[in-house]
Design a protein around this ligand. Structure first.
Ligand SMILES: [Zn+2]
Length: 479
């Protein structure tokens, strides 16, 4: 299957055609209808230009690196100029540093700009808002994400169009074509009606693993949908996909599965997990690196699967220590988003680490590569009622709780979860504790007790890293 993809090389496209072989005529016809009719209409109705961005990205991935850098430099210059003129934080900081927009002749100039941390964004999101824009009218993403600090991120419609177009390009590298049916495993339900209608039209079948205590029933329904020969794509968090693989592996007579690609994201994909999932779900994985809560699709594996291609048309990924490039040493990633003028993010400290490389990929794409992503090892909490929760469970339920500065979850016994909290504000603390306890009660069917500890800070590991979910020792390494 992989060799087919490699052989196709440059013909991989998000344009009509190039679909997987052997689909039913109805599936093929509907996919064509989505791409030709429905998708352009939906774009117009929602005030987006995802379709146009998709066509652009389909071409630009094959540009030379030099040409992509010219594009980045041009976008960066425009962004910095805009931020200087219209965004309070950047105007203030640039003036204090004696920087002017015309100094930004190349991305290398970025290092003269201040770093932006999540704490700064939480503290005063309006400081990053462009004059004339309103936070309420922007697209919102919330995170506990890859660190344990709840925050909200905002993006303009323009950036939202890039965001979705990038997602479809990354999926396109694995052979996905818009309009084909796929299954998505989420942690928790997204409640917007519009989103649900959209999912239905785009043949997206969603499952929610952490909504209720009958996880096995959800997994069984999922395998049932996956037994349809036309369902060739499965997407979700690495850990939730792993839970599905474990479930199927344990069945005496697992139902057939016809996947062409498994699209994973959300936490570090170890070689061991990859091998396990590929074996038990019978398809190759295509791993993506993104900042889910921040709403940034950062990098994706191509068919060659040696490193992650950065989505350079829309962002600049900067190594915290430039000396680390090509050294096989991981360094922190700073993110600059190039098309979000309403709420610009310039040099955002992601908290993630990667090994940067300057080598080119044999696939021929000019998009720069990250050799590998480091950190964000995910752990799974196994509850007495059989439900498995991953790292993201708590980050999702706490995502918009800005009263919490940081937290750490530790399963100290099979039936006890300790939640340590550094409070930012305590007025609602009691109500929030009750709310969290009740959510865990639901998912665990009452088999787990949550104990709360108020702490002044979360202790770091000897390595200096924060660890914000700690499973029982015997579960720490699931295998
Ligand atoms: Zn490649």
């Amino acid at each position: 299957m992989m060799s087919t993809m490699v052989a196709r090389g440059r013909t991989i496209s998000t344009e009509p055609g190039g679909e997987p072989a052997g689909l039913r005529p109805g599936t093929r016809l509907y996919a064509g209808f989505v791409r030709g009719v429905l998708w352009p209409l939906m774009n117009r109705a929602y005030g987006r230009s995802i379709d146009r961005r998709m066509r652009f990205l389909d071409r630009s991935q094959w540009w030379t690196r030099a040409r992509l850098e010219v594009l980045q430099a041009r976008k960066l210059r425009r962004l910095v100029e805009h931020a200087y003129l219209r965004v309070p934080f950047y105007r203030r900081e640039m003036r204090a540093r004696g920087l002017r927009p015309e100094n930004f002749t190349s991305p290398a100039m970025l290092r003269h700009m201040p770093l932006v941390t999540k704490a700064m964004l939480v503290e005063d999101p309006h400081d990053f808002l462009a004059e004339g824009a309103r936070l309420e009218s922007l697209v919102k993403d919330a995170t506990g994400g890859s660190t344990n600090q709840p925050a909200t991120f905002y993006r303009s419609r323009e950036q939202d169009s890039w965001h979705w177009a990038l997602k479809y390009r990354m999926w396109g590298m694995a052979g996905y074509r818009l309009g084909l049916p796929y299954v998505n495993i989420y942690n928790m339900r997204r409640r917007s009606l519009r989103k649900r209608v959209q999912d239905r039209l785009l043949r997206n079948c969603d499952f929610y693993l952490f909504e209720e205590s009958r996880q096995d029933a959800v997994l069984a329904r999922m395998l049932d949908v996956l037994s349809d020969p036309d369902v060739r794509f499965l997407a979700g968090c690495t850990t939730t996909i792993r839970v599905l693989a474990e479930y199927r592996a344990a069945l005496a007579h697992p139902p057939p599965i016809h996947l062409q690609a498994i699209l994973s994201t959300g936490s570090l994909l170890t070689q061991r997990d990859r091998a396990y999932i590929e074996r038990h779900l019978a398809a190759p994985m295509w791993d993506h690196y993104g900042l889910g809560g921040e709403g940034a699709h950062v990098a994706a594996e191509c068919e060659v699967k040696r490193g992650y291609h950065v989505n350079a048309e829309n962002m600049i990924i900067e190594p915290a220590e430039p000396g680390c490039v090509d050294s096989d040493e991981a360094t922190e990633i700073y993110l600059t988003v190039l098309d979000n003028h309403a709420w610009p993010l310039i040099r955002y400290v992601t908290g993630d680490r990667a090994v940067f490389t300057s080598r080119s990929c044999p696939c021929g794409r000019g998009l720069p590569l990250l050799e590998r992503i480091d950190g964000r090892v995910s752990e799974v909490l196994r509850l007495p009622n059989g439900v498995k929760l991953n790292t993201h469970y708590f980050s999702v339920i706490l995502a918009e709780v800005h009263d919490i500065d940081q937290y750490q979850v530790e399963q100290t016994a099979r039936d006890v979860i300790v939640l340590r909290i550094v409070w930012r504000r305590r007025e609602q603390a009691e109500a929030l504790r009750r709310q969290i306890a009740s959510q865990v009660e639901t998912v665990s069917a009452g088999t787990v007790r949550v104990q709360f500890e108020d702490v002044a800070e979360i202790p770091r590991l000897p390595s200096g890293k924060h660890r914000f979910i700690i499973a029982l020792p015997e579960d720490a390494c699931v295998g």
